[in-house]
Design a protein around this ligand. Structure first.
Ligand code: HAM
Length: 428
């Protein structure tokens, strides 16, 4: 028999790890409710052109990392698995005419993204993002709302040392002359550039600023900075974003070399890092303003801004920070009985409890009572419901596995008593 395994760069989230993701998704859902971002869902694959036009044909994400779906027939459209969420959400905004809704349209979702990346810790071919977008407001207030919301997520997840690196990458007025300036600068040093950077200089010079090659560090530090070449409108916008963020006491560091790897950004660009980890790379999340994207995908000119946080990296960061792991939910009650074979009664009582809202388990495999109780402890159940002869009179024994006490309870009161004790335990 061949042995099968998950594709390289993907992984199975077994229940313990899945619980960490569920916890983060619950934090994202709660923040979305508080901040007013409604849920949205778009397909996991789109026409390839959505990403080519949206993310940019000469970005790493599209050139090297797109999972293209093999067409089944000659005339089939070209589709690709989504490498990120923004292009799909903006496509949906245009397709469904969401510009007629009150603006900005604030939406969010958690879902998997796919990039044909070189797999390593924190870099996967399928990974999960919390993607948040606000479309239809030119800012600067919404920029600060979005940046602060992302930061708030890390704080509530248990990472207290995350800071925001912030930059403005200008707009179609000031960026082209800046890029010319930057190209001239790097052209002067062409001979010393690594091969990859020489190629990038032709296709996407801004990306040189984002190079992780240590040989580039000194050159990048001396390169012209876009923040020094912003047009008046971009400068005013950037100053106003900083002023709003200041008022919210978000820990921000201006990072003039931050350019982001997607082409749709204008003005505000930001990434989240744990303090001290900025150099090693692996942003926990990132985002920015994309004022040209709606138009690029066929809509009227409409501003937008958003971020995506990498949940896989947050789970890793929490483990590194020594945070307690989220655990799969523990049952309130475990139904056990002396009669090993009496799975009918155990299942019947467990089902009654479940219908009444109690999280209950029962051994359905016919183990002996001692083994059933061991299982109850292993699952960290609060109570064991022990069925014996008195069941005929409608009574069971309720054993509090934490307190080590036990007393008889009429079946008619069982669910109510367990729920009451659970509630007082939670609040006590
Ligand atoms: P991005 O910077 O490409 O932005 O990705 C956002 C985050 O996704 C990263 O900071 C990282 O945490 C996570 N991530 C990216 N690639 C991987 C990978 N291969 N493995 C694990 N995690 C990864 C975007 O995707 C934009 N759509 C963000 C955005 C939304 N901008 C505006 N709105």
């Amino acid at each position: 028999m061949p042995t099968f395994h998950a594709p390289r760069g993907t992984r199975d989230l077994l229940p313990a790890e899945r619980a960490s993701f569920d916890r983060l998704s619950a934090i994202a859902a709660d923040l979305s409710r508080r901040y007013g971002y409604a849920g949205i869902e778009t397909p996991m694959f789109e026409q390839t052109a959505v990403f080519e036009r949206g993310v940019g044909a000469v970005t790493d994400i599209v050139e090297k990392e797109l999972f293209r779906i093999q067409p089944r027939t000659d005339e089939a459209e070209s589709w690709s698995l989504r490498p990120e969420g923004t292009a799909g959400v903006v496509r949906a905004y245009v397709q469904h005419g969401l510009r007629t809704w009150p603006q900005p349209v604030r939406v969010q979702y958690v879902g998997p993204m796919f990039r044909y990346d070189r797999p390593q810790a924190g870099r996967y071919r399928q990974f999960w993002q919390w993607d948040v977008e606000a479309i239809g407001d030119a800012g600067p207030g919404i920029d600060a709302e979005i940046v602060e919301l992302g930061h708030r997520f890390y704080t509530e997840a248990g990472l207290s040392d995350v800071r925001v690196l912030l930059n403005s990458i200008g707009d179609p007025t000031c960026r082209p002359p800046y890029i010319e300036r930057l190209t001239t600068y790097f052209e002067r040093h062409r001979a010393t550039l690594p091969d990859l950077e020489q190629a990038r200089l032709r296709t996407n010079p801004l990306r040189l600023l984002d190079s992780k090659d240590p040989d580039m560090a000194a050159l990048i530090a001396d390169a012209p900075r876009i923040v020094d070449h912003l047009c008046d409108a971009c400068r005013a916008h950037f100053d106003a974003v900083c002023e709003h963020l200041d008022a919210l006491a978000v820990p921000v560091r201006i990072e003039p070399s931050l350019v982001r790897g997607l082409d749709y950004y204008t003005r505000t660009a930001f990434e989240y890092y744990r303090e001290g980890a900025e150099g090693q790379q692996q942003a926990l999340g990132g985002g920015g303003r994309y004022d040209g994207l709606v138009e690029l995908l066929g809509g009227r000119p409409t501003p937008g801004i958003g971020f995506a946080l990498g949940l896989d990296r947050v789970v890793l960061a929490l483990a590194e920070a020594g945070a307690e792991r989220a655990r799969p939910a523990r049952p309130a009650a475990f139904v056990a009985s002396a009669e090993a074979g009496d799975t009918v009664e155990r299942l019947r009582i467990a089902t009654q409890l479940r219908r009444a809202g109690v999280s209950a388990r029962a051994d359905l495999g016919g183990r002996k009572l001692g083994r059933q109780l061991e299982q109850a402890s292993r699952e960290d159940a609060h109570f064991a419901v022990i069925l014996g002869d008195e069941l005929r009179e409608g009574t069971v024994q309720l054993r509090d596995l934490r307190a080590g006490t036990q007393h008889p309870v009429p079946l008619t009161d069982l669910a109510r008593e367990i729920l009451r004790d659970e509630a007082s335990h939670r609040h006590g």
